[in-house]
Design a protein around this ligand. Structure first.
Ligand code: 2AM
Ligand code: CA
Length: 269
């Protein structure tokens, strides 16, 4: 087995390989969605389906085989030692609660963390057949077409999305919703964070925010939205890393406004 150079790993060719892996995993999710999903509750409100596990096993095997000397951190697997990178950060099924509820909105998300930042990302929505992908420095695309965030900078003309965290963190979210919702043209909730970030990248949303996420929820989306000209950070404005959890993302016109609200919420606690 040969060792991949950094250039080979961060290349359009590698991106195409990851797109193919995400599409195949999406095929598994889609096939299992067409039958009755088998669902377990890991903890109250936190679901796991047989599809999460099937997609997880497929992606883990494919990434390990095709990219020697990289490690995989998947929602359904063990976390490798933090210092070992390049690290694939994988959500085999983003939107598990949707999936279990048969709400047709979910995705496969595969990001690559290397040299202190997210470098490559692929998000595949198997029901719509959308594949969002990006390589840092090479732009972002949807099914081969370049992506660009919207140029709208007026909140009253903006679509802003959020998702519902479980438990106590929901209160912080609600306080920001209260303020954004007064003025935004519309609020939306997709139930899949990876898709929220990609929809900002595509210009279908002006902004997205959420709390208590895990790195696999945003690892791919960060690269996709930044390469499409968008901005993304934690609620204080820090870049997202392997330990981040609160996310605010928007086009450059709307981001400063959303960040002000999340910063005010963070500093008032
Ligand atoms: P998941 O489907 O992989 O669990 C919905 O709120 C979005 O946030 C989904 O992308 C979901 O990912 C993610 N999420 C992560 N942690 C969450 C939490 N503690 N509560 C609710 N959603 C969470
Ligand atoms: Ca998941």
């Amino acid at each position: 087995m040969h060792t991949l150079t950094k250039d080979a790993l961060l290349s359009p060719n590698a991106l195409h390989q990851v797109e193919a892996i995400a599409r195949e995993a999406g095929h598994i999710l889609r096939q299992m969605f067409d039958t009755t999903p088998e669902v377990w509750e890991k903890s109250p409100g936190d679901f796991l389906t047989a599809a999460d596990m099937a997609a997880h096993h497929y992606i883990l095997e494919a990434l390990t085989r095709q990219f020697p000397d990289t490690r995989v951190w998947s929602e359904e697997g063990e976390r490798p030692e933090a210092s070992l990178t390049p690290l694939w950060v994988v959500d085999p099924l983003d939107g598990t609660a949707n999936y279990a509820h048969r709400f047709p909105n979910f995705a496969v998300s595969i990001g690559l963390f290397a040299e202190g930042e997210y470098m490559l990302g692929v998000v595949h929505d198997p029901l719509r057949g959308h594949t969002f992908s990006a390589l840092r420095g090479h732009g972002a695309s949807l099914d081969g077409h370049p992506l660009r965030v919207s140029s709208e900078s007026r909140l009253h003309r903006s679509f802003v999305a959020l998702d519902w965290a479980r438990g106590e963190p929901r209160q912080r979210l609600l306080r920001v919703v209260q303020r954004v919702g007064q003025e935004a043209h519309a609020l939306r909730s997709l139930g899949a964070a990876a898709l929220g970030l990609c929809y900002v990248a595509a210009g279908w949303l002006e902004g997205y925010f959420n709390v208590s996420l895990q790195p696999w929820d945003f690892a791919a989306g960060v690269v996709i939205v930044e390469e499409a000209g968008g901005r993304v950070s934690d609620w204080r404005g820090n870049p997202l890393g392997l330990e981040s959890s609160d996310v605010v993302c928007a086009n450059p016109g709307i981001y400063p406004l959303l960040l002000t609200l999340t910063q005010e919420e963070t500093s008032s606690r």
